[in-house]
Ligand binder design. Structure first.
Ligand code: OAD
Length: 252
């Protein structure tokens, strides 16, 4: 995309933001790609190398808790080693200017919170939390990265508090996210292929309810055709440009 047209498109988005009260930023793995967290479906994505049904579901965990525990330890270690990128920081900065602002993320990596985002709904859980499947006691493992299954004092297996295939989304988080998407003026869909439901309903509900939908992604997705503006590029490059222009227009 030429710089000129990118500037025009960013102006269009900023014009909308300036007249808006409520914003939703729906994010996926792509928003953390520039931090060094692998995505799922890109060429080098996780699901090209590993099958979701072998790792990210409850039966797989029960069949082979050592392997699944070790895999999540590996991912958590990566997430601890990386830092939020300019995309995460720009999203966190934009929140300060709105009465109602929600980050609705499919990511489990905690990077939005580490960048300073306050109102974050985590649709697929958070890798930092773990709980016992028997007594539901919560555990934080910090910098302990077990390479084998771990057990609660009650004897139950401890699993990561993430949503696996076939499982329900956390009800409160999803309901709050749907409410935010149904009532927002502008919805961004950033760094997601938007193919995993029900999470991917968020930008669709926003659009159906009359929001201005903006997609930020280097590649076309299933919802590109729904978007009012498609900003083709990396979130760590595009989102800071939006916030910079927004602040300039507000005289900040
Ligand atoms: P995907 O791997 O499906 O999609 C990542 C998207 O990010 C793609 O559309 C890329 O084009 C885009 N992308 C790559 N680099 C980017 C960058 N620098 N800036 C912006 N976009 C970029 O990941 P998700 O859509 O998050 O669920 O996947 C959704 C769910 O599928 C995940 O939450 C996970 C997975 O299975 C569960 O584990 C339940």
């Amino acid at each position: 995309m030429e710089t000129h047209s990118l500037t025009n498109l960013i102006n269009k988005v900023v014009n909308k933001l300036l007249e808006s009260k409520s914003v939703v930023v729906f994010t996926g793995a792509g928003v953390s790609a520039e931090s060094g967290v692998p995505t799922f479906r890109d060429k080098d994505g996780l699901w090209q190398k590993l099958k979701p049904e072998e790792l990210a579901n409850f039966n797989a965990f029960m069949r082979n808790p050592d392997m699944v525990t070790e895999w999540y330890s590996h991912r958590r270690k990566i997430m601890h080693q990386v830092q939020p990128n300019p995309g995460h920081f720009a999203i966190a900065e934009l929140e300060k200017f709105f009465e109602r602002f929600a980050v609705v993320t499919q990511n489990i990596d905690n990077l939005h919170q580490r960048a300073g985002s306050k109102n974050v709904f985590e649709l697929h859980g958070n890798i930092e939390r773990n709980y016992c499947i028997k007594c539901k006691k919560f555990y934080q493992l910090g910098d302990i990265y077990p390479d084998k299954a771990i057990y609660c004092e009650c004897g139950g297996l401890i699993r990561p508090d993430v949503v696996w295939f076939g499982e329900m989304l956390p009800e409160d988080e999803y309901e709050s996210a749907v409410k935010a998407s149904r009532t927002c003026d502008v919805c961004f869909s950033v760094g997601t292929s938007a193919v995993v439901f029900p999470a991917a309903y968020i930008p669709i509900y926003a659009k159906q309810s009359g929001a201005f939908l903006v997609e930020i992604n280097p590649n076309p997705t299933d919802i590109s055709s729904l978007a009012d503006v498609v900003l083709q590029g990396k979130s760590g490059e595009i989102f800071p440009l939006i916030v910079e222009e927004f602040k300039k227009r507000k005289g900040l």
